[in-house]
Design a protein around this ligand. Structure first.
Ligand code: F6P
Length: 342
């Protein structure tokens, strides 16, 4: 078989471990492995190359993706979807598409038209429906936790409020679990909106209780209107689902409002792409390998139109439709657990 692999959407630490799992297992069974460059654009304008064993050496701990990735709008008037279908039928016997909900919506569309596609769950935001694990999330929250550890000491020395903005497009997983691991004193996420009055009242209460500093974690996707600001509609476009939420500056907005209240010295840190760069954690390497291997087995069994999802400690093969439409938010009980430490 000629088995293609692509990574689409934003990169995430652990992608190479998943690519390696598919590639090493396929080569061992005598199949050809085709690395498709730069996500769906590498199928719309075919850019596949044969991968050999040497391509997978030393990559399990490397961040980024050895295939390259892109946010590519397949619904652009210049076209894309039909070319992708054609490329698959002309060049490949199967395709493993590693990506988040945008990627898997396309995988689902292709599979419905008979294309032999299997997905792999990846999004740093961790909000793919139906799975407890997405490639890259564990590394991201480890980076958030380490950053909070570092901000803690300087906040303590200067008796400051540190506002930390994390990634997370529509959900607050990175902020909530990174904040929980890093001992955040308040976490603001889209799922459970707070007003600026709530935020300031909490900081005043903490100060009155003798806490000279506070760390406030804010997810980049928090709605500015709920904070008393004006929601930005004219955002920088970057292709599929074309928004760059970080350009709205929600962390700085919160910091400015706390500052305007008076009585607090405030600083802002936007963690940005530091959360996506560098080596994956061991957990991301292991689970990326497991979901990559499961996707390979699905290909070999002819289970197309599916995606291996993590449920507890096991992997279940599910239809792509399970993940393709919507996002999984942080549940109330998890946010309440975070809030127990505010
Ligand atoms: O979807 C993953 C993500 O990292 C989001 O958390 C973030 O909003 C976005 O990608 C950033 O995208 P880009 O790398 O294109 O700026």
């Amino acid at each position: 078989m000629r088995i293609g692999v692509l990574t689409a959407g934003g990169d995430a630490p652990g992608l190479n471990a998943a690519i390696r799992a598919v590639g090493v297992m396929a080569l061992a069974d005598g199949h050809e492995v085709i690395g498709v460059a730069n996500g769906w654009s590498g199928l719309a304008n075919y850019a596949g190359r044969d991968l050999i064993a040497a391509d997978f050496r030393g990559v399990v701990g490397l961040g980024g993706t050895l295939l390259g990735t892109a946010r590519f709008d397949l619904d652009h008037p210049a076209g894309g979807r039909d070319q992708v279908l054609e490329s698959i039928s002309e060049h490949l016997d199967a395709l493993v598409a590693i990506g988040g909900d945008g990627t898997q919506r396309i995988s689902h569309w292709l599979a419905e038209r008979g294309a032999p596609v299997v997905g792999v769950p990846k999004t740093l935001d961790n909000d793919l429906l139906g799975t407890d694990y997405c490639i890259g999330f564990d590394t991201a929250i480890s980076i958030v936790a380490e950053s909070l550890d570092r901000l803690y000491t300087t906040a303590d020395s200067h008796h400051r409020v540190m506002v930390v903005e994390t990634m997370g497009r529509t959900t607050g997983w990175v902020a909530a679990l990174g904040g929980l691991a890093g001992g955040a004193d308040l976490i603001v996420i889209p799922e459970f909106p707070l007003t600026m009055d709530d935020i300031v009242a909490h900081l005043v209460k903490r100060r009155n209780a003798g806490n000279a500093f506070s760390i406030v974690v804010v997810a980049e996707g928090v709605n500015l209107a709920t904070l008393g600001g004006t929601e930005v509609t004219d955002l920088s476009a970057d292709g599929v689902r074309g928004v760059r939420l970080a350009t709205r500056g929600v962390g700085q907005f919160v910091a400015t409002k706390i500052d305007e209240h008076g009585g607090f010295e405030v600083r802002t840190t936007v963690l940005g792409h530091l959360q996506r760069g560098g080596s994956p954690t061991a957990y991301d390497r292991i689970w990326a390998t497991r979901v990559g291997a499961a996707a390979y087995h699905a290909v070999i069994e002819g289970d197309f139109g599916t995606i291996p999802l993590v449920r507890g400690a096991t992997i279940e093969l599910q239809p792509l439709s399970v993940v393709a439409y919507g996002q999984r938010g942080v549940p109330r009980e998890l946010y309440d657990l975070c809030a127990a430490f505010f």
